[in-house]
Design a binder for this molecule. Structure first.
Ligand code: NAD
Length: 545
């Protein structure tokens, strides 16, 4: 049976739904529907099973899934897999692989295209409500998250077909082909809390090209992630192809040591990536294949401002970049370098604007910032603010700094000015609404670019804000390895599938560029087939006479 599409039918490139966002503005029909959907979620705590072989599995070991901005409210109680269920999931997945891998690529793609249409269409608003309540995102943040997954599914289907078209060179007397196989075994997808788009993409990108997967969602966001699993099932994903198995991290070892582990598709912190990678590399002799590791990790994302920058552009993009989704984006602006001459202008503008950024429960649709995801995140961000407060010789809190976890895990948008370019707040990933600013002498621009490049272990995202073209070119040159996603006159976040393929190097990950064919290709293991048309009949080489 054919494993891939190979006909000559025209294949239109998908367009980004990201260009057609709903606004949820006053008076729109979607706003009313959203309010109703949120109310319905608040009225219940749903039970979430594992999904193994397409069937719900209840283990009796459950955790509560609270709303971060109202943490006494349980949105769901979710069952966790133990060693027995994980072994069962691997067995079921591996049994499902033969028929799934043999299915024509167009048939597999049709399932993900259908899932995209369901999510962007009939199931959109209820899932926006779930993302808002589960992740504490505003309607805008929930909308761009949901639509990014729609784009992932459509673009990856397109990229798979593009890759299937790539074939080796031919020569007279032979015919050469690629058989674009999936990996042999199962892929473990381990997803972070902060984007359902990433979470949904981690098991789907390998599955699309014929792999089978176990999907371990983050325990903080099981409700919204489970709903994505349900959409894949509704779209016709065969049983066992993706198995939804939230598990306690202590069971990571059970699954990582399985001989059929063919790949790890991970997004999360650099520390967790190192931990998982080390576990895999310490037992390489156990595996049938060398597991593929695609790991996208943390960042310490920057904005460098040149003295030619428009101050309004700096203020708008630093506030959006640092504080949208409470700074919990891997690409959130976390350090900013500002020339002294502009700082005098920018400082009062930021102080004027920040009080307009209202914090609170995101089901109040006038709110611009919700809560941090959980108590650990709250404690961590608070500890950085405390550190700044207790080191006045190095840090001045210019705005915000208040933390309150009485009802939800709320932290104010916080502006810190520092004199130490290599201090704790300028170098470590905080993952919260804290922007640290270094003010530099105007004539030290090149030195600051070098400082920016050398200060942290990460290399994820960054931006330059300037009008002077020489300054832009210089930043592009010196910061070449400082960011895998580099922006000019923009915030360092907000990548769009296919247009700004995402990922960074250094400690930020393997830079396999999700939302592009590079990532899809990582889940394939091509077999090269050479057919000799008129085979040799004599072993002797001509030089033998
Ligand atoms: P995290 O590292 O705490 O967790 C990520 C996932 O790994 C979760 O599902 C978690 O349960 C799991 N995990 C942790 N320890 C494990 C173990 N021992 N065995 C098996 N699984 C384990 O990250 P997070 O808090 O969910 O997400 C935030 C982090 O993710 C930040 O560092 C952020 O920069 C990063 N991130 C990076 C990107 C990117 O594309 N580069 C995108 C989003 C988030």
């Amino acid at each position: 049976m054919s494993t891939q599409s190979s006909d000559e039918m025209p294949r239109p490139k998908p367009t980004n739904d990201m260009d057609n966002l709903l606004t949820y503005g006053p008076g729109t029909p979607e706003r009313e529907q959203l309010i109703t959907a949120i109310e319905s979620l608040k009225g219940q705590s749903v039970e979430i099973p594992l999904v193994i072989g397409g069937k719900p599995v209840l283990t009796g070991k459950t955790i509560e899934v609270p709303a971060p901005h109202e943490h006494h409210r349980s949105l769901a109680h979710a069952h966790l897999a133990g060693a027995v269920e994980l072994q069962q999931a691997v067995k079921v997945a591996c049994a499902a692989q033969a028929s799934w891998a043999a299915m024509d690529g167009r048939q597999r793609a049709a399932i993900f295209r259908k899932a995209a249409d369901i999510l962007a269409g009939p199931r959109r608003i209820e899932n926006i409500a779930a993302i808002m309540m589960d992740l504490s995102k505003t309607p805008f943040e929930a909308e761009i998250d949901l639509i990014e997954l729609v784009d992932f599914w459509r673009f990856n289907a397109y990229y798979m077909e593009y890759l299937y078209d790539q074939q080796p060179t031919q020569a007279p007397g032979e015919h050469n082909r690629f058989d674009w196989r999936p990996l042999e075994g199962f892929v473990l997808a381990v997803s972070p809390f902060n984007f359902i788009a990433i979470a949904g993409n981690l098991p789907s990108a390998p599955a699309l090209v014929g792999n089978v997967a176990l999907w371990k969602p983050s325990r903080s966001v099981i409700l919204s992630n489970y709903r994505i699993m349900q959409i894949l099932q509704e779209a016709g994903l065969p049983d066992g192809v993706i198995n939804f198995v939230p598990f306690d991290s202590s069971h990571g070892g059970d699954i990582l040591s399985h001989p059929s582990l063919a790949g790890l598709h991970f997004t999360g912190s650099s520390e967790t990536l190192v931990h998982l990678w080390q576990r895999i590399s310490s037992q390489l002799n156990r595996y049938r294949n060398f597991p593929r590791i695609v790991g996208e990790a943390g960042g310490k994302d920057f904005i460098v401002v040149h003295q030619s920058a428009d101050p309004k552009v700096v203020v708008a993009n630093s506030i959006r970049g640092a504080f949208e989704y409470q700074g919990q984006k891997c690409s959130a602006a976390s350090r900013m370098y500002v020339p002294a001459s502009l700082w005098e202008e920018i400082r009062p503008m930021m102080l004027d604007e920040l009080p307009n950024l209202k914090i609170g429960p995101v089901d109040d649709l006038s709110v611009g910032m919700g809560a941090l995801i959980n108590q650990d995140a709250f404690d961590k961000v608070k500890s950085y603010i405390q550190y700044a407060k207790s080191h006045p010789e190095e840090y001045e809190i210019l705005y915000g700094g208040k933390c309150d976890d009485t009802d939800g895990w709320f932290v104010e948008p916080t502006l810190v000015v520092t004199t130490n370019p290599k201090g704790k707040l300028m170098t470590e990933e905080i993952f919260g609404p804290v922007l640290t600013i270094l003010v530099y002498p105007d004539d030290a621009y090149e030195g600051v670019l070098r400082l920016c490049d050398e200060s942290t272990a990460y290399g994820l995202t960054g931006s330059i804000i300037a009008q002077d073209r020489q300054a832009i070119a210089k930043a592009e040159e010196i910061l070449r390895f400082a960011a895998g996603n580099f922006y000019i006159n923009d915030k360092p976040s907000g990548s769009v599938v296919g247009r700004q393929p995402f990922g960074g190097a250094r400690r930020s990950g393997t830079n396999d560029k999700s939302g592009f064919w590079l990532n899809v290709a990582r889940w394939m293991s091509p077999r090269t087939i050479k057919e000799t048309l008129i085979p040799a009949q004599d072993w002797r080489r001509p030089y033998l006479g």
